[in-house]
Ligand binder design. Structure first.
Ligand code: SPD
Length: 357
């Protein structure tokens, strides 16, 4: 009799064990559905201020997916994270020279043009550039320039040269971009050299110039918009869209491209080779190229649109913004940053030394 009860307990235990397993499986499935199947999630890694809540929510609703946006401060940060094995991103937005570097490093997926039916909406002017001659890996997102934003209610003298950032009068009143190519680029331009010099002597001169400047700089920061709006700085070396966004809140802020010349850029939408949701990423790219959506992007970022038909949806003040769409004369004074191959390390070292000073 006792033997019989022991046998039944064993049976009971097995049944309980199976039931527990079934319950765990059930809870796991419910949890997955509740949290959103990761197959239905698009992970974007981009610059701050590049994807508005409206764009994100619009895509989520229409495609029934979740969009997660994570940000980086510079092209080099983006590259470092991808190289360190960050493999969950479906969409990234490298600038021109970083696109060519990533193509060469085989980090980008080839785009399936059949899935980007809005491709022909892009102006040919922004296509087939040096960094991806057939746009096999990149789609232009925005274009802009680097320059000087300043509060004209405080700085009343003429601002037309990078020299203002070496003027003792402006000590502790301005920020510089925290960027190993853009900021040495300012010193190189002031010295009359190319942003892409591979001449070690020229780079050394630029380094010395930046070390001289070091004690005048209030902050090295890539997101100058908030600093300008709050009045923490009255001048900033910054990217054009950030200056125009600041000017929306503080209309006395002006933007100038210095007479010595500056950099221009195209930031691009790309899919990393390691992207978990390549199909969804193509849908997102195609969505961005719809004229009405592209106009929203341009209105939000205050960078230029590469989709001419989007202009029908743009407010007049953006269409006529002479600094978003600079004159040919200004454009001719701008240089593209180029990938410098192994020489890039010399720029990284210079930049580290300047900041450590
Ligand atoms: N807040 C958005 C800033 C985008 C800047 N693009 C960087 C270009 C680097 N050459």
């Amino acid at each position: 009799m006792i033997k019989n009860i022991a046998f039944n307990t064993q049976q009971l235990k097995s049944i309980l064990h199976v039931l527990t397993l079934i319950l765990c499986l059930f809870i796991g499935t419910v949890a997955l559905i509740g949290c959103g199947d990761s197959q239905n999630q698009l992970n974007i890694f981009t610059w701050p201020g590049y994807i508005s809540d409206e764009i994100r929510a619009g895509f989520e609703q229409e495609f029934g997916v979740k969009v997660i946006v994570d940000t980086y401060g510079s092209n080099e940060d983006l590259l470092a994270k991808l190289k360190a094995g960050a493999s969950g991103y479906d969409i990234i937005m490298p600038s021109d020279y970083m696109v060519s570097k990533m193509i060469q490093m085989e980090l980008l997926a080839k785009l399936d043009r059949d899935k980007i039916t809005n491709y022909d909406k892009i102006s040919p002017f922004y296509l087939d550039k040096y960094f991806d001659p057939k746009n096999n890996y990149s789609i232009p997102y925005t274009f802009g320039t680097a320059g000087i934003a300043y509060d004209s209610s405080v700085i009343t003298s003429v601002v037309d040269s990078w020299n203002v950032f070496w003027d003792i009068k402006n000590k502790n009143q301005f920020s510089m971009l925290d960027d190993q190519r853009e900021t040495p680029g300012v010193a190189l331009k002031l010295l009359g050299y190319s942003l892409n010099t591979k001449d070690i002597d020229q780079l050394q001169q630029a380094k010395e110039k930046l070390i001289q400047q070091r004690n005048l700089v209030k902050q090295y920061k890539n997101e100058a918009e908030e600093l300008l709006i709050s009045g923490d700085v009255v001048m900033a070396h910054c990217w054009s869209g950030d200056a125009f966004r600041a000017a929306e809140k503080r209309p006395s802020i002006k933007y100038v491209i210095p007479k010595e010349g500056s950099s221009q850029f195209i930031d691009n939408v790309c899919i990393p080779k390691s992207a978990p949701h390549i199909e969804l990423a193509h849908k997102f790219i195609n969505y961005l190229l719809r004229p009405e959506i592209n106009a929203k992007i341009s209105t939000f970022t205050m960078y230029g649109t590469c989709v001419p038909s989007a202009k029908a949806y743009l407010p007049k003040k953006l269409l006529e913004h002479k600094d978003i769409y600079p004159s040919k004369e200004t454009m001719d004074s701008l240089e593209w940053l180029k990938d410098l191959g192994d020489f890039t390390q010399k720029y990284s070292r210079v930049w580290d030394e300047v900041k450590a000073n």
